[in-house]
Ligand binder design. Structure first.
Ligand SMILES: Cc1cc2nc3c(=O)[nH]c(=O)nc-3n(C[C@H](O)[C@H](O)[C@H](O)COP(=O)(O)O)c2cc1C
Ligand code: SF4
Length: 434
């Protein structure tokens, strides 16, 4: 089956076998060089692997962009407690669909990445926490894990190295908050998927109260490539501080939606217009969310920037997990933001008052504005609520919910005013019914 769309200017490292069903099988994976990275890793010391990944500059692809080698180096070097490697395959950020594709097409790449990551942090057990709705990817991954055990790539005495590495697939129940690292740990332990207060940080007390490192699917697969080819090879792509290639998930009013792999630092405008074909309708772009629904929006005039962590931050937004949502000029921004805030209100775990109350209250106000009954004061209230929701809670779901509210009011105030004027004279009863 041909993968939906490949652009000649992509640099396909992680996604090179998308659309190639043979790569899913153990035989096919081995024929493509599979498990050579694990073989090489087992010949290195854990510290050597950590140093190579550190030198590569690889940053976590789950959203925050934290340097992977540095995270791994936080794990205790000498400890009699078990260590755990957790792979975050929850992929719940609206607009994101890269991890499930990596798993669907290259499940052994993830198994290999997890085994290498586990060995590097001196863990004997890796857990992959996958979202329950990913039924097909989970089945494919379960089969790959079985094949890896049968071939001696996992389990006792991996590849005759004397090292034991177990890997367990854990299927979640589908809650956005279980993608947050400590919510994931609670859920894995059979508790409510609620984020934990930090400190203690996972490297000291993570899953089952033991030192743990948690990484995104894409991060672990990239780490395996770095072990095979070295840090300098990886740094041939990207910018000084944002190295390597990254998968970007493109959706919305776009001509060619899908996953694209490009070097970090790629020009965003060129990416959207040339690679993805611009809007499906040919109409002008109104807004773009560059990194998943949790990050501030950009206007069409703000797209001449690099697709890297620093350039996005300088533009007042974030690269996040690379989920690009494109909206053309027919978009009602108030409605879009209300839908996003509804999502966060539904997914808030409810532990923190600013998040629990703030998301629900903001959603109510936005709905009122959408129904034509808003006032200018509502915008001030929304900004006040957003301020109270930012930087004051256990996890950043609350900040994530505030980001689209604030950026939309700053950049698309006209849409809010229009909705208010549209509502002028609308009888309250019919406005409620809208
Ligand atoms: C509400 C919320 C949801 C998250 N969901 C995911 C997710 O689905 N997948 C993911 O990899 N990271 C997610 N993260 C980020 C994780 O907490 C964590 O930073 C990440 O798994 C670390 O991996 P990395 O260093 O490889 O990026 C989420 C964070 C928050 C606050
Ligand atoms: S910020 Fe929201 S989702 Fe995060 S812990 Fe607090 S209430 Fe739960």
């Amino acid at each position: 089956m041909a993968y939906p769309y490949r652009h000649p200017n992509e640099v396909q490292v992680l996604s090179q076998y998308f659309g190639d069903p043979e790569a899913r099988t153990l035989k096919g994976w081995e024929a493509r060089g599979g498990y050579q990275a694990l073989r090489k890793a087992l010949g290195m010391s854990p510290a050597e692997i950590v140093n190579e990944v550190k030198a590569s500059g690889l940053r976590g692809r789950g959203g925050a962009g934290f340097p992977t080698g540095v995270k791994w180096s936080f794990m205790p070097q000498k400890s009699d407690k078990p260590h755990y490697l957790l792979c975050n395959a929850d992929e719940s950020e609206p607009g994101t669909f890269k991890d499930r594709e990596l798993i669907r097409w290259t499940p052994h790449a993830l198994v290999e990445g997890c085994l290498i990551g586990a060995y590097a942090i001196r863990a004997e057990h890796a857990y992959i926490y996958i979202r329950g709705e990913f039924f097909e990817p989970a089945q494919i991954l379960a089969r790959a894990i079985e094949e890896a055990y049968a071939a001696g790539y996992a389990g006792k005495n991996v590849m005759g190295s004397g090292i034991d590495l177990d890997i367990t697939l854990h299927i979640g129940a589908g809650a956005y908050i279980c993608g947050e690292e400590t919510g994931l740990m609670n859920s894995l332990e059979g508790r409510r998927g609620e984020p934990r207060i930090k400190p203690p940080f996972p490297a000291i007390s993570g899953a089952f109260g033991k030192p743990s490192a948690i990484n995104n699917v894409e991060t672990l697969i990239a780490a395996a490539h770095i072990v095979t080819h070295g840090a300098d090879w990886y740094k041939q792509w990207g910018t000084e501080k944002s190295t390597g290639t990254k998968l970007f998930c493109v959706s919305g009013h776009v001509k060619r939606p899908g996953n694209y792999e490009v070097p970090l630092g790629f020009n965003f405008r060129e990416f959207i217009y040339d690679m993805c074909g611009g809007t499906a309708s040919g109409r002008p772009i109104k807004a773009v969310i560059p990194g998943g629904s949790s990050v501030p929006m950009l206007t069409a005039d703000e797209l001449d920037i690099g697709m890297d962590y620093e350039a996005m931050a300088a533009a007042g937004t974030m690269l996040g997990c690379g989920s690009v949502i494109i909206m053309d000029d027919t978009t009602n921004i108030v409605k879009q933001v209300r839908r996003m805030v509804d999502f966060y209100a539904h997914e808030s775990c409810g532990q923190c008052t600013p998040c629990r109350e703030g998301t629900a209250w903001a959603a109510k106000i936005l709905r009122r504005i959408e129904n034509g009954r808003g006032t200018q004061e509502d915008m001030d209230t929304l900004l006040q609520i957003s301020d109270n929701m930012s930087g004051k809670t256990i996890c950043v779901l609350s900040d994530a919910a505030a980001a689209p509210i604030v950026s939309s009011i700053e950049k698309f105030r006209g849409d809010y005013l229009e909705m208010m004027h549209a509502g002028a004279g609308v009888p309250v009863a019919s406005a409620i019914a809208l």
